[in-house]
Design a protein around this ligand. Structure first.
Ligand SMILES: *Cc1c(COP(=O)(O)O)cnc(C)c1O
Length: 490
């Protein structure tokens, strides 16, 4: 007892909490003000700018041992991180494929972090929010109320979750117990040559190997060739493979093409295959009144990956996988751990959300989706999706009417592939020219487009997943592309 008292007397009680809550609150208010100033002046700033050399120095060196006032740390953040963003919040950012963020989502991330709850599960309110967001997304894409789902870091993991359930259910053996080596006939997955690269990582991670994913040629409109797929399945069966899963692209990453989802659902049913839809780009078109028929058949999927950090503009990161067969979903990931036993009452009496995926600890990424959907309503997000698709068609018309520009793929949704082509240049020269145009647009901060190569044709690519883009931004960038192109070929 005396020894205990002595220890207590000598104890240094430390914490990460500030000594002066008022001073930290004042600093926090400044962070909010700076954040709002940043967002309110986005359009005046470059869409992107290159990093000065000093920046690499600032971000190298050993971990700090000594403390530094937070106000100074924030100054560094302001001068570095906030001054050289990726640019995807900017109205003229159309690179690769990503959302533009939104302030409500940013505030939600702050609130979520203040609470710092772990969404691995348990009985607490955040877990209800997490489950409600999954349920809302389920309803938005028309999945049945018996389906289950989980929020993950993004589309890549959402696809991995869906394909894991597919593998486990179609393997024909208890693959969780016996492993992929015990599968008597090697499994085959099918998708078009336009599949996102995350599917390769998924089949490799699942132990199937890259060759287990057969890439079926896409047709002239960049959709999977269904008769070629049918032949490949028959050929594989005859050769002793076990066809397991068809992966459809609902919005392919190169061109935005959407596979014939109904035909693929029919074929999967006929062949008793799992039907997975990669809807990271296009699944949410289901809420867009002007274009929802483009994703007809989506709700027939056995599993669906979608990405709220794209067309719902949630700040990174949040993805979602929905699985029609809830038992198969849980069956792919549930485990028993004695230290995570469920109880009748108390904290451990809530749902174990970690049993629906790979993570045990999970962040409260649901709140940023939940708050933005509450604030704006689903219909508004649907209208914004329509607006982006309409803008892409407007850009397409600008390209078609400008003699020095040409389309390299038909525009289906919000992705436009085109290039500056004054005539008379071979492919290598066109590639060099358009790459230089793309880089000058980026380096001048005018706009950020990226590029791709479509059946040998190097192309500029604008993916308009951006609620800040205005029609005039498209006029401006077309004018600049033609100006730079003419300058370079003069
Ligand atoms: C973005 C995307 C992915 C990957 O999603 P992340 O959120 O980046 O992990 C997968 N498929 C398609 C079609 C995508 O556009």
């Amino acid at each position: 007892m005396d020894a205990g008292r002595e220890m207590l007397a000598q104890a240094q009680e430390d914490t990460l909490d500030p000594a002066d809550w008022g001073a930290l609150a004042a600093l926090a208010h400044k962070i909010v003000d700076n954040g709002f100033a940043h967002m309110a002046t986005l359009r005046e700033r470059p869409a992107w700018r290159d990093l000065p050399g000093e920046l690499a120095e600032i971000f190298s060196g050993p971990p700090p041992r000594a403390p530094q006032p937070l106000s100074e740390v924030l100054e560094t953040v302001g001068e570095t991180v906030m001054s050289y963003p990726m640019g995807n919040s900017h109205p003229r950012f159309w690179a690769w494929y990503m959302g533009a963020g939104n302030m409500t989502g940013a505030l939600a991330d702050f609130i979520a972090a203040v609470q710092a709850s772990n969404l691995g599960g348990g009985k607490h309110a955040a877990a209800l929010v997490d489950q409600q967001v999954v349920d809302w997304l389920r309803q938005m894409v028309g999945f049945p109320d018996t389906a289950s789902g989980t929020l993950v870091s993004g589309g890549s993991i959402a696809n991995l979750i869906g394909l894991t359930v597919a593998r486990n259910l179609k393997a024909g053996i208890d693959i969780r117990e016996l492993g992929i080596g015990a599968v008597p006939r090697p499994l085959r997955f099918y998708g078009s040559d336009q599949l996102h690269s995350c599917h390769r990582k998924a089949v490799e991670t699942l132990g199937l190997g890259n060759r287990a994913l057969r890439r079926i040629p896409s047709d002239a409109s960049w959709r999977i060739d269904i008769s070629a797929l049918r032949e490949a399945i028959a050929e594989d069966r005859a050769a002793g493979f076990r066809p397991a899963c068809i992966i459809a692209s609902a919005g392919s990453v190169n061109t935005g093409s959407i596979d014939d989802l109904n035909a693929l659902a029919d074929l999967a049913a006929e062949e008793a295959l799992w039907f997975h839809v990669d809807g990271c780009i296009g699944a949410l078109i289901a809420i867009a009144p002007g274009h929802r028929e483009l994703v007809d058949g989506l709700s027939r999927a056995d599993s669906l990956a979608l990405d709220p950090h794209k067309w719902l503009h949630a700040p990174f990161d949040v993805g979602c996988c929905l699985v029609r067969n809830a038992a198969a979903h849980r069956g792919a990931f549930s485990t028993f751990a004695e230290y995570l036993a469920t109880s009748e009452r108390g904290l451990a009496s809530g749902a174990w959300l970690y049993e629906l995926g790979l993570q045990t600890s999970r962040g409260f990424r649901a709140l940023k989706v939940w708050m933005a959907l509450k604030e704006h309503g689903v219909d508004k997000f649907g209208r914004l999706i329509d607006q982006n698709i309409d803008m892409a068609h407007y850009l397409t018309r600008l390209v078609e009417t400008e003699p020095t520009l040409s389309l390299t793929a038909p525009t289906v949704i919000n992705i436009v592939c085109f290039r500056f082509d004054p005539g008379g240049l071979g492919e290598p020269a066109l590639k060099a020219l358009n790459t230089e145009i793309m880089l000058r647009l980026q380096e001048s901060g005018i706009a950020v487009l990226t590029d791709t190569t479509l059946r040998g044709n190097h192309s500029l690519r604008a993916a308009i997943c951006n609620h800040r883009t205005r029609y005039n931004d498209l006029n401006l960038v077309v004018g600049e592309i033609v100006r730079i192109g003419k300058e370079l070929t003069a």
